[in-house]
Design a protein around this ligand. Sequence first.
Ligand SMILES: Cc1cc2nc3c(=O)[nH]c(=O)nc-3n(C[C@H](O)[C@H](O)[C@H](O)COP(=O)(O)O)c2cc1C
Length: 313
Amino acid sequence: MDKQIGLSPMAGYTDEVMRQLSLECGADFVFSEMISVEGVLRGSGKTDEIIPSAPTRIQLFGSCVSRMAKAAARLNGIATWIDINAGCPVRKVTRRGAGSALLRTPEKIAEMIVALKETVDIPVSVKIRLGIENIETEEIIYPILKAKPKAVFIHGRTVSQGYSGAANWEEIERITQILHSEGILSYGSGDMYSPEAIARALRQYSVDGVVVARGAIGNPWIFRQARDLIEFGSYDNLTLPERLNYFLIHFGRLAEAVGEEQAVRDLRKSFAGYTRNIRHASNLRSEYMKCNSLSEVKELFRNYIPERQLSKY
Ligand SMILES: Cc1cc2nc3c(=O)[nH]c(=O)nc-3n(C[C@H](O)[C@H](O)[C@H](O)COP(=O)(O)O)c2cc1C
């Protein structure tokens, strides 16, 4: 199997549109954002909105073994893979014993994996961090090995690091060796911001793949660029018109789902990505923040690229 480059779960980002764009741009696999077990079971409106409608890999967060299995059963036919979130540091999640709070009781993670494997006929994995305060990955991983998940996704930071500081890839490598000795796949996560970083991680470490998170926001073509770099030694950079047209495709698809005004607002957080590394783009970015409709967005874009280069959206 070739080493894989996937889209990491990201709450508030990895919706149907971002997943689809990432696949079209060469991602080997994509994940939903984390979905609440309780929300799935209660049929909460907020959760219903983010449950994928087409088959894809789904990440669940929850703290009760049997309820997690029950939620997975409900997602039968939609989930092609279930991943357990054992890395989320957000208090709203951890104070209920879910997300990274599970790292305190890896035996429970193992029970969840076993229960899920007994319930669904698709691969089951877990996404962990290196520890809570300190690096304790080995203590976390040993109980999990016995449950034989298909894969472990390792975010190379502790919970107290949050999302800052460099990810510790040497530790990811050490744990990967342990996972491989048990026939379990290992995927690394952390600082996959550029095609170069992805190519380096895949070359340097024995992981079966990497998952890209922040580096894919407003930058879905990173998957194809990384693949080109690995296979051909170089990749093409996108021009501003190409980037803005990708943005318009993203916009158009999101607008179909949530309406135009909502799409303009939702994409404020991704727009910086679409214009990253473009010279003189800071004006464009600040002007975008003032737009409230597609016509205003297109009007703005016309100041930067010729009309004939704008896509139909
Ligand atoms: C806005 C945001 C939302 C995230 N949501 C999730 C999530 O729902 N589930 C999860 O396992 N990780 C989540 N993560 C963590 C990422 O998947 C990834 O492991 C982490 O950001 C490290 O990768 P990076 O340094 O390349 O961004 C999130 C990260 C960010 C920045």
